[in-house]
Design a protein around this ligand. Structure first.
Ligand code: NAP
Length: 265
């Protein structure tokens, strides 16, 4: 099933579960800037939430906000029994240490799954795994190559594929071009999260049976979005950009909020 249809179906299911419950799960988003991309992402998250019956509130703070002011706000939300999920939109201003902020969020409300003790799995890798499993993609014993080792995608993705018994290899900027080509050529499943347009391209040989998951979001000068994998490869499955992993990430955030609401602190 293509990702758009899959996400629509799961959102419908979420909506029905929330309606049946009769209550209203609540999400609070803290944004500490007023930049174009963050405004767009946050508006998308708020619309998604409202569509399925989750109440979503935005707390917008100026770029000059001090760390202690932000932490005070988070502490208050941590204690508020009416708030089920809290997310702090990234990036944060340079003077604020992202790790301190991530760790300040109550792990039971950390629906982004960024806190080391979070009850939730990070949205992008979890969304990917759920989709592949629902599509019937076999992970056990398969060569899973993950390119990129960020804390929000590459590393948690490696853990999740390991939990599914994949043979996981994580590549990064210190991997030689030669090695990268060899690992890529043997990959049954490949997750690319590098942030470079068409990083995987015609130079790279792939298995015809490969499953390619493109996490990258790169913006061309004319505003067009492109992925990390050149489209149109002759493989079993290749996720598109846009309309691919981004939708899975957004869906998983909503599912995490419902989970936080149902299971409380
Ligand atoms: P990131 O923090 O930007 O890190 C990029 C990773 O790529 C690093 O681990 C880096 O290795 C690796 N890398 C850089 N050059 C490389 C090379 N030549 N060969 C192999 N690996 C290389 O990563 P991120 O936050 O995960 O984001 C990656 C991309 O995914 C971005 O385009 C981002 O916008 C997108 N993204 C999309 C979603 C979504 O929902 N679709 C969610 C999150 C992120 P080192 O560790 O060695 O530096």
């Amino acid at each position: 099933m293509d990702i758009k249809t899959y996400v629509l179906k799961r959102k419908q299911n979420l909506k029905e579960r929330i309606l049946k419950d009769g209550g209203t799960p609540s999400l609070v988003i803290i944004q500490v800037n007023d930049d174009f991309a963050s405004n767009k992402y946050v508006a998308g998250k708020i619309n998604d939430a409202r569509e399925v019956g989750i109440s979503a509130k935005l707390i917008k703070m100026p770029e000059t906000t001090r760390l202690d002011e932000l932490l005070k706000k988070i502490k208050k939300l941590n204690k508020d029994p009416h708030v089920n999920g809290i997310i702090v939109q990234l990036p944060l201003p340079k003077h604020i240490d992202e790790n301190i902020v991530k760790e300040a969020i109550n792990p039971a409300k950390d629906v982004d799954g960024f806190h080391p003790l979070s009850r939730f799995k990070a949205c992008t890798p979890l969304g990917i795994i759920n989709y592949l499993k629902d599509e019937g993609v076999e992970i056990r014993g398969k060569n899973v190559v993950i390119i990129g080792r960020s804390n929000i995608v590459g590393k948690p993705a490696a853990m999740l594929f390991l939990e599914e018994d994949g043979n996981v290899t994580v590549l990064h900027s210190k991997t030689s071009r030669e090695d990268l080509k060899n690992y890529v050529a043997n990959a049954d499943i490949m997750v690319v999260a590098v942030g470079r347009k068409h990083f995987i391209n015609d130079e790279h040989t792939l298995k015809n049976s490969a499953v390619l998951v493109d996490v990258g979001i790169n913006r061309d000068e004319d505003g067009k979005l492109t992925g990390d994998i050149k489209p149109g490869r002759d493989v079993y499955l290749q996720t598109p950009v846009p309309g691919g992993v981004g939708l899975l990430t957004r869906l998983t955030l909503l599912e995490n909020v419902l989970e936080a609401y149902l299971h409380g602190i």
